[in-house]
Design a binder for this molecule. Structure first.
Ligand code: F0G
Length: 444
């Protein structure tokens, strides 16, 4: 793939791809101006620039029951085995044989008295999305995005990423036999994620700017070259990602918790969580909505600023945080995310890097473990409990978005006390020993 951008972007470079594929039950609708488009039109934004929602045929969905989803839980193969496609009527009603799946989802929900007590809660539930096939929550959206890419006849897919989206897309593209192109901020993604992108065979382009610059670049390259864009601006990514809430509710026997707390970067995940829960409510499958709390890193908190000022989001240039996954200053899905926070009487909180690494040490030490951005969740819960926003006796579910092994450098740096500007409050440094001549261990 050459990298010279064409100065004349064509927003619909390959209109024939979707020509025989318009027979679907959903449409696309702009979140800003309500204009509707055909369900499989090759577009990611409305003509007005707004992002798009997938709007389902609710009449068809009314036949679905929680008992149907429960009956599918025991499946050994096929779409029912996936924690996304088990809910396919609500995700995307596609032909099962077109689905590109790695049996994603089916992640565990942990009780952790140790983390609960540190956060100031009587109890806590942690849904570990780092237990997905590529080690992050991104696999839920990616299975839907790549399935639609195949349905559209696309051969090449692309994304900008802070590392997890690219790892996930690279894997699913490989499974589907597609070419993958990823743009990542050089030196700013965790090593485990870079390794995955290379290993799964993606063309991996490191750019000198940050995620926001990579995002601008990829939107342009995709439009010019007829490559399918698989960032969460792609509305089908959001549809797959919704299953995070479906599965969590199913884990809880469809009992609605008081709070669901998750980290916010590009804000696709929180948008998806709300959309899915609102759809469950509208179908009468749950009686009420939980409150959603989105936690941002202090150095990358434009949603927090917008929410506290009740204003439009102003991009935060030069976003900076140790939680590289959420080092994003200009989140694409902020409006969709804010819609859910407002509708659920939710909140946005921000936490410092020190709070993130200390929360991470607690989550890790509890035997669960997660990557830094995930632990913003727990740092945020602790802060919200401290501020009296979350009561200690409320039922709180935190989403851990990525696996501990994604960012081993930060873990080792923390425990060795080598993270610049941060205190290793709960350090567990490695020690040195050797065998002495008398056969005894000699500590150094
Ligand atoms: N946690 C992790 C581990 C992430 O990788 C991300 C986003 C988030 C939280 C934030 O989720 O963007 O939906 O608000 N990672 C993206 C990526 C940006 O490229 O992998 P969000």
């Amino acid at each position: 793939m050459s990298s010279t951008p064409n100065p004349n972007p064509n927003p619909n470079p390959n209109p024939n791809d979707a020509s025989d594929a318009q027979d679907v039950s959903w449409t696309l609708r702009c979140v800003e101006c309500d204009v509707a488009y055909p369900g499989l039109e090759l577009r990611y934004r409305c003509d007005c620039g707004g992002t798009l929602d997938v709007i389902h045929d609710v009449a068809r969905q009314r036949e679905v029951t929680t008992a149907l989803f429960d009956a599918r839980l025991g499946a050994r193969e096929g779409p029912d085995r996936s924690g996304v496609w088990r809910y396919r009527e609500l995700v995307l009603p596609v032909e099962p044989e077109t689905i590109v799946s790695r049996q994603e989802g089916n992640t565990r929900l942990y009780h952790s008295p140790a983390v609960a007590s540190w956060a100031g809660l009587d109890a806590i539930l942690l849904k570990h999305e780092g237990e997905n096939p590529t080690g992050s929550f991104k696999d839920r959206g990616m299975t839907a995005g790549v399935t639609v890419a195949r349905r559209l006849g696309m051969r090449r897919v692309a994304c900008a990423s802070t590392g997890n989206t690219s790892a996930s897309m690279a894997s699913y593209a490989a499974v589907a036999g597609m070419e993958a192109l990823v743009f990542i901020p050089e030196g700013k993604i965790a090593y485990g994620k870079l390794a995955q992108s290379l290993a799964y065979g993606a063309h991996t382009v490191q750019i000198p700017g940050d995620f926001d610059a990579a995002m601008t670049l990829v939107e342009r390259v995709c439009a010019e070259r007829g490559i399918y864009l698989l960032n969460s601006i792609n509305p089908f990514r959001i549809e797959g990602q919704k299953a995070i809430g479906f599965e969590l509710l199913q884990d809880l026997a469809w009992q609605v918790p008081d709070w669901i707390v998750l980290p916010g970067g590009n804000l696709g995940n929180s948008s998806a969580l709300y959309k899915g829960l609102a759809e469950l409510l509208a179908l009468g499958l749950i009686p009420r909505l939980p409150r959603i709390a989105v936690i941002q890193a202090e150095g990358a908190s434009p949603l927090y600023e917008a929410w506290t000022r009740s204003a439009e989001l102003v991009p935060a240039p030069n976003a900076e945080t140790v939680a590289t996954a959420i080092r994003i200053g200009n989140p694409v899905s902020w409006r969709k995310s804010l819609r859910g926070i407002v509708a659920t009487r939710g909140v946005v909180e921000r936490v410092s890097d020190q709070e993130i690494v200390d929360a991470k040490a607690q989550v890790d030490r509890a035997g669960i473990g997660a990557e830094p951005a995930s632990c913003a969740t727990v740092a945020g819960i602790r802060k919200l409990v401290g501020a009296g926003v979350i009561r200690p006796d409320e039922r709180v579910c935190g989403i851990l978005t990525g696996n501990l092994l994604k960012d081993p450098e930060l873990v080792v740096g923390y425990h060795r006390g080598e993270l610049p500007g941060l205190v290793s409050t709960y350090a567990n440094p490695p020690v040195r020993a050797r065998l002495g001549q008398d056969g005894q261990l000699v500590w150094e």
